[in-house]
Write a protein that binds this ligand. Structure first.
Ligand SMILES: Cc1cc2nc3c(=O)[nH]c(=O)nc-3n(C[C@H](O)[C@H](O)[C@H](O)COP(=O)(O)O)c2cc1C
Ligand code: SF4
Ligand code: SF4
Length: 252
């Protein structure tokens, strides 16, 4: 068994670890940008794939990874875990459908509500207390799921036809263009001091330091890792100003 994930602010990483280590304490759990991830998938029959929902879709990097490695899924048993802040009709189904085309057998899907990783839009912000409550509920849900899977009952969230319709009409149809490719909308503001922390945190290697300032490329997967890490709140993406940065360690 292997757990693989994309996680910008730590939510999916946390959930994936609880799920996979709960099922098999010695199983490896790794980020999708780990250079050994393809080899690790080839060496395991059962894969748990996790990612944050973005506009009721899977992040482009995750879909791109699946398409760029079409042969590694054949015959593998895959469980899809999608974390989200509010709504995800078929977040888990968005990758399950692609994986099926490449020959994977889908074991099931799970949606887990976690704090919102978008931190440059004040409308979406919740208090630290509220986010703590959310994480407690998520933890309980994951513990219950482990018990259920151990009995052979895999949840099927997001992989039914009804879920597909909910995801499509609830959001994806209207926002599909936002996740149709990588983004070039990341902005670095004056406050940047060139510390390089964002460069290290980017799973897409989309940032570099030039003349003492961070410079973004056009391959952003909108994960919010750099935005939530920058000590000077100097990076924005969807909004204009960073409010309270979302980092899971604040809520544990
Ligand atoms: C670009 C973007 C789009 C998002 N869209 C949705 C969405 O459609 N529905 C939802 O419930 N949450 C949405 N979220 C919230 C994240 O899915 C949620 O906070 C997730 O748990 C973040 O996980 P991570 O810390 O592992 O990246 C979005 C977040 C981002 C950054
Ligand atoms: S983390 Fe922030 S301050 Fe440091 S280089 Fe990146 S943008 Fe600049
Ligand atoms: S540039 Fe920032 S938001 Fe975009 S993929 Fe890299 S870490 Fe994530």
């Amino acid at each position: 068994m292997l757990g693989i994930y994309l996680s910008g602010t730590g939510n999916t990483k946390y959930c994936m670890n609880l799920l996979v280590k709960g099922l098999e304490p010695n199983a490896a759990v790794m980020s999708l940008d780990n250079p050994n991830v393809v080899k690790a998938i080839e060496e395991n029959d059962v894969i748990f794939l996790g990612y944050p929902v973005q506009f009721s879709n899977a992040p482009y990097m995750v879909r791109d990874f699946i398409h760029k490695n079409p042969t590694i899924w054949k015959g593998r048993q895959v469980f899809c875990l999608a974390t989200m802040a509010l709504f995800s009709g078929d977040g888990a189904g968005c990758t399950a459908r692609i994986l099926k085309k490449y020959g994977a057998h889908i074991l099931g899907g799970l949606h887990v509500r976690m704090p919102d990783s978008i931190c440059d839009n004040k409308l979406l912000k919740k208090s630290v207390e509220k986010n703590r409550e959310t994480v407690v509920k998520a933890t309980k849900k994951l513990e219950q799921t482990v018990i259920s899977i151990k009995k052979g009952n895999y949840p099927k969230a997001g992989i039914t036809f009804f879920a597909y319709i909910a995801g499509l009409f609830g959001q994806r149809l209207w926002f599909y263009h936002k996740t149709a490719g990588y983004s070039d909308r990341l902005k670095i503001h004056e406050a940047c001091v060139g510390c390089g922390l964002c460069v290290k945190s980017c799973p897409m290697k989309n940032l570099s330091i030039k003349e003492g300032k961070a410079v973004p490329g056009n391959k952003c997967t909108m994960c919010y890792a750099c935005i939530s890490q920058c000590p000077h709140k100097a990076i924005t993406l969807l909004g204009k100003e960073v409010k309270e940065q979302c980092r899971l360690d604040k809520y544990l």
